[in-house]
Design a protein around this ligand. Structure first.
Ligand SMILES: Cc1cc2nc3c(=O)[nH]c(=O)nc-3n(C[C@H](O)[C@H](O)[C@H](O)COP(=O)(O)OP(=O)(O)OC[C@H]3O[C@@H](n4cnc5c(N)ncnc54)[C@H](O)[C@@H]3O)c2cc1C
Length: 279
């Protein structure tokens, strides 16, 4: 499988990347682990690829004054290894450590993962559970949007073609808070057939899923019913028993009914793991 012809340019800084992306039919290239397979299958045929992978201003994790900021070009390996994230958002490191294989984790990035918005990706639900904001830069300046509004459809987001995700931001977890990510993965690719991200922040509980539906979603009714509860096994099981979705995915890997079953099982595992990690 060979891609069609395209022009390749490497951006030296973010301003240059935005200028290069302002033309017709351009695409940003980060780790290439989602885009290059699409090019090879000719499911994407951009005229120009703008390689943003060298932009240092979009890399790294900082945790300061109760806020965590993660650059879009931070790789899955860096997320998994980040000591700062162990306290601020273990769920993000944990999910990144379960992405694909070492090659994918070495090259693939947070920004590429959420921009690609594959329903089976691991990081979207994590951002929903953390109530993260996605920061975006484009020709008209910068803007930010809640992760909850960012994912808009099957492999579709709020991002315009000539915009670049610069970073994501969220309130870091504190003492007594905890989080966890559990997934039922595809045995060959590692992609999530069902991935559950749980965050317990004070008395608030948030649970979100990848893989179960075309768009990652926050299980608000489950979170609401557990917020302020004793998070006993009985409370978790009872909250999850009411978990529903209007339109679960159904394909050769798992039927809709099985996916919903997995969501209850893996949602329960993520919630219990987070509960048991609390100090
Ligand atoms: C064998 C294999 C197994 C995998 N397994 C998993 C898995 O288990 N879980 C999982 O979550 N993922 C998995 N992936 C996908 C992997 O995580 C990708 O790396 C990731 O989805 C895309 O990140 P990237 O940096 O490689 O993006 P690219 O492939 O470079 O880009 C993907 C898309 O995002 C856009 N983009 C990239 N960066 C930005 C940015 N900063 N701003 C705006 N748009 C941007 C590109 O234009 C393109 O449309 C797997 C991939 C492979 C090849």
């Amino acid at each position: 499988m060979f891609p069609g012809n395209f022009e390749y340019v490497r951006a030296g800084n973010l301003k240059e990347a935005l200028t290069l992306l302002s033309g017709e039919d351009c695409k940003a290239l980060a780790g290439g682990h989602s885009l290059i397979p699409l090019l090879k299958q000719r499911l994407a045929q951009p005229a120009k690829l703008v390689d943003i992978s060298g932009l240092d201003e979009l890399k790294g994790v900082t945790v300061e004054a109760g806020k965590a900021r993660v650059g879009a070009l931070t790789t899955h390996r860096e997320l998994a290894a980040s000591e700062a994230l162990q306290g601020a958002a273990q769920v993000l490191s944990e999910a990144a450590s379960k992405v694909g294989d070492p090659q994918v984790r070495n090259r693939g990035t947070l920004g590429g993962n959420i921009a690609h918005a594959d329903p089976a990706s691991d990081l979207p639900a994590v951002l929903l559970a953390l109530d993260a904001e996605v920061s975006i830069v484009g020709p008209n300046g910068s803007r930010s949007t809640k992760a909850d509004g960012f994912f808009s459809g099957l492999m579709d987001t709020d991002l315009a073609e000539n915009e670049v995700i610069s970073h994501v931001e969220f309130s870091s977890l504190g003492a007594g808070d905890a989080s966890a990510y559990c997934k039922f993965e595809h045995p060959a690719s590692g992609y999530a057939i069902c991935g559950a991200a749980a965050v317990i922040r004070g008395s608030e509980v948030r649970l979100a899923f990848n893989g179960v539906a075309a768009v990652p979603f926050l299980a608000s009714a489950v979170g609401d019913s557990l917020s302020g509860s004793d998070l006993s096994d009985a409370a978790i099981d009872s909250a999850l028993s009411a978990l529903e979705h209007d339109d679960p995915l159904s394909d050769l890997h798992a039927s809709a009914e099985y996916r919903l079953h997995l969501a209850k099982v893996y949602g329960g595992r993520a919630l219990r793991a987070a509960r048991d990690r609390r100090g």
